[in-house]
Design a protein around this ligand. Structure first.
Ligand code: GTP
Ligand code: MG
Ligand code: NA
Length: 342
């Protein structure tokens, strides 16, 4: 299908927060998967990426009966580890996203990697919302599976509501100490100045509709221009690896533009630019997570359709980050733009 200038691309959203606040579990809840249970020690050790098509978001938010015009085609969500030893991955995740979800455990408040994440987001001027997770752990919480949070709170006793308000206001104070104004999202009248807080449970699903709706609305309101579909290719390499049967591949997030099999691209290598051709393009299934494990070497493959594949533009291959982790100097964050002669 032909894309026009009012078409928006899918926003890229990164999930950040202290270890065990429920980042992966929140994604599991949205995907209706069970990735977290399979993790060694329940600890995320790599970046994961999942594409949520708008049909799914519409389905999960229908109870909110919002008349919002959902214009983006979907949402690409990047999961990151919260363990203190993975600052590099949090930095990469936050570096390639348009918006972020900062997950805070309502029972714990701000923790060391919460603060580290806030500083990363501030440094990159990334807008974000707070998921105040694990509300089901408030004493006496009555489960309202997958309900919008206001409906769920109405079902709770006065005691539960009191504990909720007390913890919420403590966390608003802690955020204030980090220089952030914040407010419960449906009380927030100034979305550009106050960070919106969405109470959630990744186990029973309360607040998930609100979280999804808010993400989409905020990206549409605050960054329409940034999400404008353009034909210039913008792409970030997450991982380079050799796959048996495919050869050298790179996992990329295609942020904008169009790529074709056969296109010539330039990627940033240790010894300088690598000019090569795209042999095949593969896109992972929506709602399935693709885990990126950080190995190495070179060429194109896996592909998130944040942008769509249509007519052939003059290619600008825009690389923010190549390779991952470990000793190899590809780890350096590079920002390069090589226009290729048509
Ligand atoms: P790392 O990726 O290792 O930083 O952790 P994480 O933030 O992804 O947290 P994870 O999803 O691994 O969840 C940590 C633990 O908290 C698991 O035992 C989850 O079952 C539990 N948990 C997550 N979300 C909730 C929630 O909303 N309510 C309750 N009761 N438990 C939760
Ligand atoms: Mg995790
Ligand atoms: Na965990």
């Amino acid at each position: 299908s032909k894309r026009s200038a009012d078409d928006l691309r899918s926003p890229i959203c990164c999930i950040l927060g202290h270890v065990d606040t429920g980042k992966t579990k929140l994604l599991d809840c949205i995907r209706r998967t069970n990735v977290q249970v399979g993790e060694a020690g329940g600890i995320t050790q790599q970046i994961g990426a999942t594409y949520f098509p708008m049909e799914n978001i519409r389905e999960r938010t229908k109870e909110l009966k919002s008349d919002a015009n959902l214009r983006v085609p979907g949402l690409l969500v990047i999961d990151t580890p919260g363990h203190e030893s993975f600052t590099n991955l949090r930095s990469r995740g936050s570096g390639l996203c348009d918006i972020a979800i900062l997950v805070i455990d309502i029972m714990h408040g701000l923790e060391p990697q919460t603060i580290e994440s806030i500083n990363l987001l501030k440094m990159r001027h990334t807008p974000f919302i707070v998921a105040l997770n694990k509300v089901d752990r408030l004493y006496g919480w009555k489960n309202c599976p997958d309900a919008p949070i206001r409906n769920a709170l109405k079902q709770q006793s006065r005691e539960v509501n009191n504990e909720f308000e007390t913890r919420l206001s403590q966390i608003i104070t802690q955020l204030k100490e980090q220089g952030l104004n914040s407010e419960l999202y449906y009380r927030n009248k100034e979305i550009r100045k106050y960070v919106s807080i969405v109470p959630t449970s990744a186990i029973t699903g309360e607040g998930i509709p609100d979280l999804l709706m808010l993400l989409v609305q905020l990206t549409q309101k605050m960054m329409e221009e940034k999400l404008m579909y353009i034909s210039e290719v913008q792409c970030t390499v997450l991982e380079v690896k050799v796959i048996e049967g495919l050869g050298t591949t790179i996992d990329v997030v295609l942020v904008n533009g169009v790529l074709h099999e056969g296109d010539q691209i330039v990627v940033c290598g240790m010894q300088g630019p690598i000019v090569t051709n795209i042999r095949a393009l593969l896109t992972p299934h929506p709602m399935k997570e693709l885990r990126v494990k950080f190995s190495f070497s070179f060429l194109i493959v896996t592909f998130y359709r944040c942008a769509q594949i249509t007519s052939k533009p003059a290619i600008t291959w825009h690389i923010n980050e190549v390779g991952m982790r470990t000793l190899i100097t590809l780890d350096i964050v590079v920002s390069i733009c090589w226009p290729l002669a048509a």
